[in-house]
Write a protein that binds this ligand. Structure first.
Ligand code: IVH
Length: 667
């Protein structure tokens, strides 16, 4: 390779890595695996050095990710560094040798910890109270996401025991595998895109604008570093873990003191098996020089400390044959290509299918039917195809062509706006009809007991119904001939359908299956518009006026009601006697009727405005100062003098949790 060719490759790699960085950090939608990323970065590093092509803006020079502009930016007085990675024993021994050489003695130990696969965060406690939570950002500056951090239940708002005035904590936010899968299922039910893996989902969740939504995400936290002023320089990493625990911060139970690198290797072997039994993802272990005092001598490079290294587990991979690519039609018409694989064992399960995400992904990896492919189950729960084994073979099949028509109904497929997905927009498309009706009848929607997949399937196949409003025309006699349907079950089903007519407006809105309208949005729309008619007539601006609703949702609602067949279905629902408006008592509960509240301090996840709205919604009111007429003082962190006054007057003092219990709301 000459210098010119090297320059060309360097440019190519920088562009790819910048894109990958943005996709990972800002969009939480990575398109290459961590290992691929590390390999490209290593290749770039090598070329830059060999051909003297370094550049201050190269991805090799930074930790990754720009702070997002939506939150305030905070400087990290001590940068949040990255870690160098190793993938084999040799490289780990090299690290050990370097540490010995730099320290010029053997008088140190290692602490080995699991490497959690989530998002790094920094916490700052002032006088024991959580004062700041921030993302890593580019390592020097991150986003102030305190309000979101406060919703994470693992993170104490107040430290315990004997803590120093200022405590800086570093750790990893993550999601447990099972909670992640459940959340994704729920998202798909609501017509939202599923997250690729727990890590992206965590990173994305932490940067959401609405802390109430963050509170619903199953985010967990492990702390792994403590930096506080005036700490004894003789402290060890092991002691830090004990301190963190003592302060009430969550620390993962798996950390081990090792006297030398041989012990470290043994520990790694042990944990390679352990990781499958853990409820969360780990992508390796972190090896740290245990004694703090040597960290200074060892120092850091611009990106990573020289006193620590990550040993990454190989992602579990297997090769198999891609037998076919099939297309799945979602409830909202999204067409997802699915890899049909020759069955193969991977990380303890038999894999037969893998998601191919979309057409672009298939072309980028040039995946063709008949190829031998590498399947990986790394952070991903759903197996992914990493690469084609022998792409230069000359007897390959032809390039994948996305069909122009829907595999189920033959309607021409379309791409909407900047969407990467193809969609079938035929309202009569059978799998979509079936899924829409199933969604309509589901427990969180109209809750029609007995109207499961098998029944819906038969009703649609037998042309007894073609949309969810048709459910209300069904007669018992029509149900009786269906498989496994007896007199009693048919009657129960008819009764359940009839009973669903009383479901409140928010459930009806949710049940209609409008894209991006989940349960919470449906509730906000119902409260905002009070009647289906008002919602149907609302324009984009009216809808955006509702606090929690942004342009994407508003546009989707307007678009839904602009279609005649949807308006016809609403008319049918009305003719069948559904309540398409809020009942008086739904509009405002009277749980806090005539109760006067005073607010003080900052609540863990409600803003003052939100708390006030909740109080009003339930028939209460707020005043600014405590008096004999006050019924409740609602307190958050750092309450002011109102707290003392309320105590003096014997006025009930409640926190956010007690308040929510009082009004029977969850956030
Ligand atoms: S120590 C400067 N310990 O890995 C020391 N990091 O690739 C770096 N991580 O940004 C942090 N588990 O988010 C450390 N037990 C652990 C970790 C860990 C996960 C993450 C952390 C860091 C990234 C570096």
């Amino acid at each position: 390779m000459n210098k010119q060719e090297a320059q060309q490759r360097v440019d190519e790699l920088r562009m790819l890595l910048d894109k990958a960085n943005k996709a990972y950090y800002q969009d939480a939608q990575p398109f290459i695996s961590d290992k691929e990323f590390d390999e490209y970065l290593a290749e770039l590093n090598k070329l830059e050095q060999k051909f003297d092509l370094s550049d201050p803006t190269s991805p090799t020079q930074r930790v990754g990710g720009e702070p997002s502009s939506d939150f305030d930016t905070v400087e990290h007085p001590i940068p949040l560094l990255s870690l160098d990675n190793t993938y084999n024993e040799e490289e780990l021994n090299d690290f050990d040798r370097r540490v010995h050489d730099l320290l010029e003695h053997d008088d140190f130990t290692y602490l080995v910890e699991l490497k959690f696969d989530g998002a790094a965060i920094r916490l700052r406690y002032e006088n024991g109270t959580l004062a700041l939570g921030a993302t890593r950002g580019d390592g020097e500056r991150g986003d102030d996401i305190t309000r979101n951090i406060k919703t994470i239940k693992d993170i104490p708002l107040q430290l315990e025991d004997d803590y120093p005035d200022i405590v800086e904590v570093r750790g990893e936010a993550y999601m447990e595998r099972e909670a992640f899968v459940r959340m994704n299922e729920h998202r798909e039910q609501q017509g939202l895109n599923a997250f690729a893996n727990p890590r992206n989902s965590t990173a994305g969740s932490l940067k959401m604008q609405d802390p109430r939504e963050v509170a619903r995400r199953p985010i967990r936290f492990f702390s792994f570093d403590l930096l506080s002023e005036g700490t004894d320089t003789n402290i060890t990493q092991y002691q830090k873990m004990e301190w963190l625990e003592k302060f009430g911060l969550p620390v993962c139970e798996h950390y081990k003191l090792c006297s030398d690198i041989q012990q470290v290797h043994k520990q790694i072997e042990e944990w390679k098996d352990l990781r499958h039994d853990l409820p969360y993802e780990t992508d390796g272990v972190v090896i740290k020089v245990n004694e703090e005092k040597y960290r200074e001598t060892l120092g850091t490079t611009s990106k990573a400390p020289r006193w620590a290294i990550a040993y990454k587990f190989e992602a579990e991979q297997a090769t198999t044959v891609l037998q076919d690519i099939t297309l799945q039609v979602g409830r909202l018409g999204k067409i997802t290509p699915v890899a049909e694989l020759k069955a193969v064992e991977l990380a303890g399960t038999t894999v037969k299918r893998a998601s191919l995400h979309n057409e672009d992904e298939i072309h980028r990896k040039d995946i063709r039917i008949g190829d031998r492919v590498v399947v990986e189950k790394a952070g991903e729960i759903i197996p992914q195809i990493v690469t084609v084994v022998n792409p230069n073979r000359n007897d390959r099949g032809s390039r994948f062509e996305m069909p122009e028509r829907c595999p189920a109904c033959n309607q021409e497929l379309v791409k909407l706006g900047e969407d990467v997905d193809w969609r079938c927009i035929n309202p009569e498309c059978p799998p979509q009809i079936r899924q829409r009706i199933e969604h309509f009848a589901s427990r969180d929607a109209m809750d029609i007991d007995g109207m499961g997949e098998a029944v819906v399937d038969q009703l649609v196949t037998e042309s007894l119904i073609s949309n969810y409003a048709d459910l209300y025309e069904l007669k018992k006699e029509q149900l009786l001939p269906l498989e496994r349907m007896a007199e009693k079950s048919a009657q129960n089903l008819i009764d359940a359908i009839e009973g669903s007519k009383d479901q409140p407006l928010d459930r009806v809105i949710y049940a209609m299956g409008i894209r991006f309208v989940g349960k919470t949005v449906a509730r906000d729309l119902a409260h905002g518009f009070k009647t289906m008619d008002a919602l149907m007539e609302a324009d984009q601006e009216d809808i955006e006026n509702i606090e929690s609703i942004g342009p994407k949702i508003a546009q989707s609602v307007v678009e839904f009601f602009s279609q005649d067949h949807n308006r016809d279905i609403v008319a049918n629902l009305r003719n069948h006697g559904l309540t398409l408006q809020m009942e008086e008592e739904q509009q405002a509960s009277q749980k806090l009727k005539d109760k006067k509240f005073v607010l003080t301090g900052s609540l863990p996840s409600l803003t003052r405005k939100e708390a006030t709205e909740l109080i009003q919604k339930h028939g209460g009111s707020t005043t600014s100062s405590v008096s004999g007429n006050t019924d409740y003082l609602l307190v958050g962190d750092s309450p002011g003098s109102k707290y003392d006054k309320a105590q003096e007057l014997n006025i009930p003092i409640i926190d956010q949790a007690a308040f929510l219990e009082l009004i029977d709301e969850e956030i």
